[in-house]
Design a protein around this ligand. Structure first.
Ligand code: SAH
Length: 201
């Protein structure tokens, strides 16, 4: 698949045109290892080293759509990996803080984002399960690694009022996306699509 084919495919699956435009504007080849360049626009995950993967474009787009981002939003990205998902998020909001456990991946993600000309993403190495309290609250939180049983409570706590969180969770219902919205009275949870991500450690 090439870039045009990927975007055409996304346009049939994703109804928010801003999200499709955001994916179209990010050169995915900059986030993919040299030996996998030919597959850069395949609609699938790819190995990025350290046992981790760059997420599938359709899933990235779907998660961005579910976050209902506005240009003024401040976003936390947990499990930044290659930086690709953060790059797409960055086109739809004001600023993204990305947290990645593997220091080497965090460094590479920062370089790839710079090469893509993206200057509204800050990548930090660390444990994203604790969130990033320094810059909380967030209008949206994106989690790209599967939590076992439940989403770390620290992340829900760092959502602004009306903030949205999307995360893969593995529980009695199998591995699937969970959408959370913080309301004045508490957190509204919705279970969504079945997915496969690497584990949140
Ligand atoms: N969003 C990434 C997908 C990366 S895969 C992309 O578009 O490329 C998930 C990433 O989560 C992996 O890089 C893994 O190292 C990272 N990860 C796992 N547990 C984590 C944790 N507790 N804190 C931060 N990152 C974590």
């Amino acid at each position: 698949m090439d870039r045009d084919e990927l975007i055409a495919r996304l346009a049939t699956r994703i109804s928010d045109e801003r999200v499709v435009a955001a994916v179209a504007s990010v050169p995915r080849e900059l986030f993919v290892p040299a030996e996998l360049q030919a597959a850069a626009y395949n609609d699938g995950p790819l190995r990025i080293g350290h046992g981790q993967t760059i997420s599938q474009p359709t899933i990235v787009a779907r998660m961005c759509e579910l976050l209902e981002l506005r240009p003024t939003d401040r976003v936390l990205d947990v499990g930044t990996g290659s930086g690709y998902h953060a790059a797409v998020l960055s086109r739809l909001c004001e600023h993204v803080w990305g947290v990645e456990l593997e220091e080497q991946l965090a460094l590479r993600a920062a370089r790839s984002l710079h090469a893509a000309g993206i200057d509204n993403v800050t990548v930090l190495a660390g444990d994203g399960a604790a969130g990033l309290p320094e810059h909380a609250p967030y209008d949206a939180i994106n989690v790209a690694a599967t939590a076992s049983g439940e989403i770390p409570p620290a992340l829900e706590q760092q959502l602004a009022l009306n903030g949205r969180l999307i995360a893969p969770v593995d529980d009695d219902g199998g591995e699937h996306l969970v959408h959370i919205r913080r309301l004045a009275g508490g957190w509204e949870r919705t279970s969504l699509d079945a997915v496969r991500f690497v584990p949140l450690r």
